[in-house]
Design a protein around this ligand. Structure first.
Ligand code: NAP
Length: 493
């Protein structure tokens, strides 16, 4: 077994068949700190299709042995990996902040969440997997069991570089699949630290493989590889659509979690202090780069003025800066591309006639001169036809919309192509029930933030946000296994 930790070198290698190896390309890609692009955080392999083939071959070779282990024995590796990740929390969190930009507090929280997810799935080997079903023949035993899919491809985004790889790989491994992980290029250094924890836990060679590189160059080859029997993807709708096509070609099981345009409805009976704080947090934490971020506040007329003033006042107070500064609320955008997207949409909003209330550009001064910083930005007078009301920005931009009634608020909430999460702030049980029944989203919050997820509960969206499968909790069992029905009769007539 190769030694796991390669922090001594800033260059992350691929991990294939139990070895840390360089790409066939002989090239690496480097990653800068988005809070100060002069600092190089690390580099990762610029992998080729040959590297992908090697990783899939290794996962196929390891599959029979791994699937043949008892569930509790597989879980033991996850439990050990959780302990190792916990012991490395601060180092992993700091790497995440330097590589992705989120604040150190959020990065620590995400790393702890990764530990919790590993521990949750470590227990999965002890839980029931099937049903006993009465047969038409009284002597026959009929039951279902579940079997792993085989080698699976996990393709993950940059916005949760620890939690999302773990919430895919932990159930995949727990249920007996082997894995090829292709993390986002922007956060491959952090994802490598996660893989190191699993390697240090003693996973057999080939059970978990890591391939760095450009998704545009190797992603499709991974999804189409003959050994891959499941694809779990989180990322943009454009890439998700392409991967779904790749999966259909070979009838491979797939799961896509994609964008959001998540609303809060603020009713006239809301606790406004709570609604303001949780709307701002949902919109601005992580620089708005959460699929579950709040991007629309739909506010009833009687509280519109006060809510708007308080949101703007709160946003003006938020401290923007490098995420390693413990006092900072909001770090930089993840990349120059994302910063440009944010600034583009701000211009679009102004051009569409929305009223800019705060933010609207990059903060000035030396502290921000070498980073991808953008100000917390709030528009009001946003109407449903505007692009900033319809398209995912993935930045710290909140649009406030006016609603004359509960019915109008619900119509506005549903009037987008996405359907990931939605919140309502109210004390009225009838409004809560109406909202929970009518909102076309996978996750409903009442007096809570649109963002946030608990690992033991199903996570996923409706409409264009998802391929309608769910992740996490027991829902992960549905994706990462196939059902077998066994009908078992006595020998003889
Ligand atoms: P992305 O550009 O779609 O990238 C996601 C992953 O796909 C990365 O690993 C990327 O690799 C890879 N990829 C890129 N092009 C590919 C291709 N042609 N074939 C196969 N793989 C390819 O998304 P992102 O910018 O990282 O993430 C932001 C998006 O993720 C947002 O839309 C957000 O809403 C969504 N998201 C959704 C959820 C959810 O659970 N619903 C959670 C988090 C994020 P490279 O990095 O090398 O390009």
């Amino acid at each position: 077994m190769a030694p796991a930790t390669q922090q001594a070198t800033a260059v992350c290698k691929n991990y294939i068949g139990g070895q840390w190896v360089a790409s066939h390309s002989g090239k690496t890609l480097s990653r800068e700190n988005p809070a100060d692009w002069r600092e190089v955080v690390g580099a990762y392999q610029d992998s080729t299709v040959d590297d992908v083939v090697a990783a899939c071959d290794a996962a196929a070779k390891a599959f029979p042995g791994w699937a043949g282990l008892a569930g509790p024995a597989r879980g033991e590796f996850l439990r050990k990996a959780a302990d190792i990740l916990e012991s490395r929390e601060e180092e992993v969190a700091r790497t995440m902040t330097r590589e992705m930009g989120k604040t150190i507090g959020e990065a620590r929280g995400e790393t702890r969440r990764g530990v919790t997810i590993l521990r949750y799935f470590a227990q999965e080997g002890l839980r029931e997997v099937g049903l006993t079903i009465p047969s038409a023949d009284a002597r026959t035993l009929m039951y279902t069991t579940r079997v792993p899919l085989g080698p699976v491809a996990l393709i993950t985004p940059w916005n949760f570089p620890v939690a999302i790889p773990i919430w895919k790989l932990a159930p995949a491994l727990a249920y007996g699949n082997t894995v090829v992980l292709k993390p986002a290029g922007l956060t491959t250094v952090t994802a490598t630290r996660v893989v190191e924890c699993l390697v240090d836990a003693g996973l057999p060679a080939g059970v978990l493989n890591l391939v760095g590189g450009s998704g545009g160059r190797i992603g499709s080859a991974l999804a189409k590889n003959q050994h891959v029997h499941g694809i779990s993807f989180t990322g943009s709708n454009a890439v998700g659509r392409q991967l779904a096509g790749d999966a259909l070609e070979r009838n491979t099981k797939y799961q896509l979690e994609m964008g959001g345009k998540n609303p809060v409805i603020v009713c006239d009976d809301a606790d406004l202090a709570q609604a303001v704080e949780l709307t701002v947090s949902g919109a601005m934490r992580s620089t708005g780069q959460k699929c579950t971020a709040t991007s629309r506040a739909i506010v009833m007329e009687p509280v519109l003025k006060e809510f708007t003033e308080r949101v703007v006042a709160r946003c003006r107070e938020l401290k923007v800066g490098p995420g390693l500064d413990e006092t900072v609320y909001m770090g930089p955008a993840v990349s120059r591309d994302q910063l440009e997207t944010d600034l583009h949409y701000i211009e679009v909003g102004k051009g569409e006639g929305a009223r800019l209330l705060c933010g609207g550009g990059q903060p000035g001064g030396e502290r921000f001169a070498h980073g991808y910083f953008v100000q917390p930005t709030v528009f009001d007078q946003v109407t449903p036809a505007m692009k900033i009301a319809q398209e995912e920005i993935f930045g710290p931009v909140l649009g406030i919309m006016r609603a004359g009634s509960m019915e109008e608020a619900l119509t506005l909430a549903n009037d987008v192509k996405f359907g990931l999460s939605a919140s309502i702030f109210t004390r009225d049980i009838n409004r809560v029930l109406q909202f929970a029944a009518t909102a076309d989203v996978g996750m409903i919050r009442v007096n809570g933030e649109t963002a946030g997820v608990e690992p033991q509960a199903p996570f996923g969206g409706m409409k264009a946000s998802s391929s309608h499968s769910r992740e996490q909790g027991r829902a992960a069992l549905e994706f990462f296994t196939s059902v077998k029905t066994v009908t078992f009769s006595p020998a003889g007539t």
